[in-house]
Ligand binder design. Sequence first.
Ligand code: ARG
Length: 571
Amino acid sequence: MTSTYDTLSSRLQGAFDTLEAGADPVLRTSDRSDYQANGVMALAKRLGRSPRDVAEEIVDHAELSGIATVEIAGPGFLNLTLSPEFLGKQLTTLRADDRLGIEAATTTKTVVIDYSAPNVAKEMHVGNLRSTVIGDALARMYRFAGHRVIARNHVGDWGTPFAMLIEHLLDREEGNGATFSIGDLDGFYKEARTKFDADDSFKERSRARVVALQSGDPETLRLWRVIVDQSIAYLDLVYQDLGITLTVNDVVGESFYDSMLSDVVADLSAAGLIVESGGALCVFPPGFTNRDGEALPLIVRKSDEGFGYAASDLAAVRDRVDNLHADEMLYVVGVPQAQHFEMVFAVARLAGWLPERVRCEHVTFGNVLGPDRKMFKSRSGETVKLASLLNEAIERADAALKERNTDLDETARTKLAVEIARAAIKYADLSTDRHHDYIFDLDRMIAFEGDTGPYLQYAHARLRSIFRRLGAPWESTAVAFSLDTPQEHHLALGLLAFPEAFEAALASLQPHRLCVYLFDLAQRLTAFYDACPVLISEGALRDQRLALCDLAERTLSIGLSVLGIDAPEKM
Ligand code: ARG
């Protein structure tokens, strides 16, 4: 179906084009009327004419009969009100569409999304939250849009931290690894880190161990596997608990690229891009300088001959372009790595590994802060584990459910508590513009009222309960919409705006735009319930209201699912 917005927009565009080809009508939904087009003022200025005149000419030219009526307001705003027939027709088309107006892509793109990517020698912590949650929402949105998503969980499983762990493992003569669990490993990592910082000879040995690891020393590799396997099995549990679609098959960490690194160096070198600097092999992509104006190197091989983080990212670019045939590559990684990615992309372009046609983007995000507006830490100043965050949220959700005295049995209540807890955590993250920091505040996030995940789940469950209370399965009948109350009209407009909200969120890689839309829809629903009884109404009116409820339920259900949020039946 052609969405309501697109229909209006193309009709207006036709009129604007008669005055200046391509002039933007600047069409928006509006509180004053159904939609408002604000493009007249800018156009009038460019044409050196009075906005009022231009507006009148546009209105004359716009082929809107049967679609909308237009009024000129203020200096030249065009206020558009949909005709009842057109509105009804759009709603009817929407009802018959499983995708609620969101068209499936006509050309399927292969989109490689690099997200989550913890360092696997540590437990997942709050610092891994945003990449995991935002990346997963983007993956789901792309899949829903009809694209082929290849997730890449670029875990840190190589290099110095691992060498350090292996070295510490050997020191403690626990080299068989048979008794390790990841819980131990996290403490173990901290011990190794302390030793690394304090003990120079340990530092030296760890450095040598990096080289042993990278040159494929069998004993070193055996110990490495023990650590990595356990860590990945544990990661998988955390993803399942959080409802993240990543699987063990998506784990393609730094180690995977190891065998490609010497080619990276050889090919850069053959292209004349390598410069030796203090024993390290570097590329100096143009345009990158430090504060003193000196050219910045991307270090491809360190002076100890070990390869670094940049080398594996260069190999990953090649792999994703050549072997995975990526049309788009997204890297959902915190903003501190912005320069790293800019330099990696620049070098890959210089080397001819990253063709112009491949969209390649670093999807950055801000920090998760504590109540003191500093980086979120536990009271004792430690990083907070994701597993314990989720558990705390589950406990709170469970307590809230007990208080509400629902008729749920223990098992059902626990399941619901998990769904609410995940929703609270994910929605708080996703509903923040990803460029901004946010304060992690469980009390606010888990509230059933306000702009929260549980509130949207509740809005959805309330709709489900209407249909349950019908007693018999709902027989959806044809409806001749006649939206006589402002609340029904307002709700209908909200429902018709779903495709734009989804597409805007996807195009800008900003899931929060979809959150804003869903929250707005939930508020329209509340106003609708207050003014328009559903179950006690009768006949055609009842059919119409049920049809609106059904559309709202489906919208919330798709909207929440592409964000990775469960939509329980009852709350
Ligand atoms: N493991 C890295 C870190 O924790 C993030 C990896 C991001 N992805 C990448 N291709 N570099 O900082």
